[in-house]
Design a binder for this molecule. Structure first.
Ligand code: SF4
Length: 333
């Protein structure tokens, strides 16, 4: 007679301490856990997720959010946090991705490392309930670290998970979680994550600006927010200037992706300096202004003699930068 297969679980896995603990707690109860890491459009939680999965000996699936994630950003049902972070809706979106993986893999539950009261807006008890409901995971979203403070899930009721061996953590304290990690044999305890760009006060003005000026903006325009210095020129025009070689290369790649007559790429023709993108109607005035920004962010040219290459689609022309004739952008984002 063959041995009964272990019940399966899908864990939402950032690679941070909380999600590692959630996985380990279920592993200790004999569940077969698969970790799902969801990558959003923005630089977020730069935890070495593969290393964390290896530490736990868990299978890791990494998925990118789809274009429908833009609706979460544009119009979150449950609003934003302190920046432009739509955490409740974002978690529900990730929960839906985990639910699909749960259904495909025959798992009985989705687990996450959320702790009641750890975040002021998104991890209060009612919000945790909203996430489960909106993800279509009512009764099937288990938070092992705070389970004793929450209603029992179906796997607990059915005895697949022993509720007595779950926890009742509450609040922001990290020390008790580190102590638990040590008790559960997790050796490489990750440092706290860098957090989510959407919640940063320096980043959220870029999101606010895009939502205000380009409500129908496409994915690449959101990706662009991660890169370069951004300047709002007027209601229709924005300029982005690379800060280093990596960003210059990224701007060139995004320019190829944009493939639109509404986007221009301007680059130095006879000096070493940054690359710039011009989004919006391009005329002499705006091209001059972007060229002036390129000159401003290099010390290696004579502003009066500098030339730039202006790319529109596959066409290129070379012209003088003429920074003296430039109008300065309204403000930097
Ligand atoms: S912090 Fe960022 S990635 Fe995390 S749930 Fe909130 S919006 Fe989503």
């Amino acid at each position: 007679m063959s041995a009964t297969a272990a019940p399966k679980a899908v864990a939402l896995f950032s690679g941070g301490l909380d999600s590692m603990l959630a996985v380990r707690i279920l592993q200790q109860q004999g569940l077969d856990v698969e970790a799902l890491n969801v990558r959003t459009i923005f630089q977020c939680c730069k935890t070495p997720v593969a290393r964390a999965a290896a530490e736990l000996g868990v299978r890791l699936t990494v998925l990118d959010v789809g274009d429908d994630y833009l609706d979460v950003l544009r119009n979150p049902r449950h609003g934003y946090g302190k920046g432009y972070n739509p955490c409740v809706d974002c978690r529900a979106y990730m929960g839906r991705m985990a639910r699909r993986l749960m259904e495909d893999s025959g798992a009985c539950v989705v687990v996450s490392g959320e702790v009641v009261g750890q975040r002021p807006n998104s991890q209060k008890r009612p919000q945790l309930g909203l996430v489960a409901r909106d993800a279509g995971l009512e009764g099937k979203l288990l938070r092992p670290l705070s389970a004793k403070l929450l209603p029992a899930t179906i796997p607990e009721i059915e005895g697949l998970v022993d509720r007595r061996r779950l926890y009742g953590f509450h609040g922001r304290g990290r020390r008790p979680l580190i102590e638990l990690a040590t008790r559960l044999g997790i050796r490489a305890i990750p440092t706290p994550s860098t957090g989510c760009a959407l919640a940063e006060k320096n980043f959220s003005p870029r999101v606010k600006d895009l939502l205000a000026h380009r409500p129908g903006a496409r994915r690449w325009e959101y990706e662009l927010l991660n890169t370069g210095r951004h300047f709002r020129f007027d209601g229709k025009t924005k300029m982005v200037v690379g800060r280093n070689e990596r960003e210059n290369a990224l701007l060139e790649r995004l320019f190829q992706q944009a493939a639109s007559g509404e986007v221009l790429l301007v680059e130095p023709a006879d000096f070493v300096g940054p690359v710039g993108l011009l989004l919006g109607p391009a005329g002499e005035r705006t091209i001059n202004s972007l060229a002036a920004l390129l000159v401003r962010y290099t010390r290696q040219c004579d502003p009066e003699r500098a030339s730039v290459r202006v790319w529109r689609g596959g066409q290129c022309h070379v012209r003088r930068a003429r920074p003296a004739e430039a109008v300065h952008p309204a403000h930097r984002l």
